[in-house]
Design a protein around this ligand. Structure first.
Ligand SMILES: Nc1ncnc2c1ncn2[C@@H]1O[C@H](COP(=O)(O)OP(=O)(O)OP(=O)(O)O)[C@@H](O)[C@H]1O
Ligand SMILES: [Mg+2]
Length: 375
């Protein structure tokens, strides 16, 4: 008796993708099935070319199929990679071509948000994904300097009768910063509404096209800019950056609570502990915990947020940020640290999209940032 497609599908439902905890059928990974008297073949569609579980899931399929059906039957399981992760869409989305919007935030200033946002965005772009990066630190834009893009002026084009900004392209990603339009020293005198409008323009009046990931580097704290962001677009998730220091951790909790506030409801995808320790070049086995030990690790456990990784204090990370060559582009240890964090984040995004409803844009009347702080 010929094997039916539904029997194979039932069997595949018992195979779980460990990153999301869901089976490969509900994740929509089983495609192009073909069955005849000698052979069962189908493709496994992975959301990323770099999915570390590709071969183990393929193997699991082959073993289970042989076990259940005859081991004389030829089994052919192909692997396809779809670098465009699926995100369910909400109606009337403001940026319909953008699949995932990721906010990089912290409570305290100077903990490394812009460094983390820039390096993660480049790591994602280098896996072949289509990536955008917005510097939403309207009062202190630093991304033009970090990417060696000072004095750049984005073009304006006319699309369907509307003026649209064209992002600057570098390191295979599309970049916009308020720093491209103003002298950074002038931004500090901006009033709230001006800053909010500027951010809306960077999001809505820009020709972002199709993007898999749009990273948004936020200013420190829980400001009006944060509120403008969640009111302007549905944010897929937030990444919190903190040093292990007590004052930074206390502020990081405020940042997490803001995203988790019922009215905002943006999932926190992970915590990055930055400046975790310092190792001098001449003493490679020593770790000096300048800002305290594992404060971020413990906070992640306490708040039940995945720890995406720890980044040591490394002179070349600071130098790379100052001279427009972010650490992740190098094939050394700091570069690898950022690539590993990007991979951990990518898995958290897959889990989030498989398990949690799409984020809704926040529809509330304008409030001041202080009212946003979690009650
Ligand atoms: N792991 C690290 N090792 C060495 N230097 C670092 C590291 N992380 C960040 N820095 C440096 O620390 C400074 C602050 O980093 P960054 O600008 O990324 O912080 P931020 O949180 O975005 O700051 P702000 O709150 O002002 O936006 C920068 O000079 C950066 O190069
Ligand atoms: Mg910054």
């Amino acid at each position: 008796m010929q094997i039916q497609e539904k029997d194979v599908i039932e069997l595949c439902k018992t195979i779980i993708h460990p990153a999301s905890g869901k089976d490969i059928v509900s994740l929509g990974m089983v495609k192009d099935m073909h069955i005849d008297s000698k052979k069962i073949s189908f493709n496994l569609n992975f959301p990323s070319v770099n999915d570390p579980l590709k071969s183990s899931i393929k193997k699991a399929c082959e073993i289970k199929l042989k076990e259940k059906f005859s081991d004389r039957l030829e089994i052919e399981v192909g692997i396809e990679a779809n670098i465009n992760p699926v995100r369910p869409k909400t109606e009337n989305e403001p940026l319909p071509g953008v699949k995932n919007i990721l906010a990089v935030a912290s409570g305290k200033g100077g903990v490394g948000k812009s460094t983390v946002a820039t390096n993660l965005a480049i790591a994602f772009a280098n896996t072949g994904a289509r990536v955008g990066l917005i510097d939403a630190d309207i009062f202190g834009p630093s991304i033009p300097k970090m990417l060696g893009l000072e004095n750049q002026r984005p073009e304006v084009i006319r699309v369907e009768g509307k003026d649209m900004l064209v992002p600057i392209e570098k390191h295979r990603m599309k970049i916009l910063s308020i720093g491209f339009f103003i002298d950074p020293q002038d931004a500090t005198v901006w009033r709230g509404p001006m800053a909010s409008n500027a951010l809306k323009q960077l999001m809505n009046d820009t020709d972002w096209g199709e993007l898999d990931y749009l990273f948004v580097d936020l200013p420190p704290g829980t400001s009006d800019i944060h509120l403008t962001l969640v009111q302007t677009v549905p944010v897929t998730g937030a990444i919190i950056v903190s040093t292990p220091q007590d004052v930074a951790l206390a502020d990081a909790i405020k940042g997490v609570n803001m995203f988790r506030n019922k009215a905002i409801n943006v999932p926190v995808l992970g915590l990055v502990e930055n400046m975790s320790w310092f190792t001098p070049a001449e003493l490679p086995d020593h770790k000096y915990y300048i800002f305290g030990k594992e404060g971020g690790v413990k906070l992640a456990q306490q708040l039940q947020i995945p720890l995406l990784g720890q980044i040591p204090i490394v002179q070349s990370i600071r130098e790379g940020s100052d001279n427009g060559t972010p650490a992740v582009i190098k094939n050394d240890i700091p570069g690898k640290v950022f690539r590993n964090i990007a991979e951990a984040l990518r898995i958290e995004i897959i889990k989030r999209n498989a398990n949690i409803e799409p984020t809704q844009k926040v529809e509330i009347a304008h409030q001041s940032g202080s009212e946003l702080k979690n009650k």
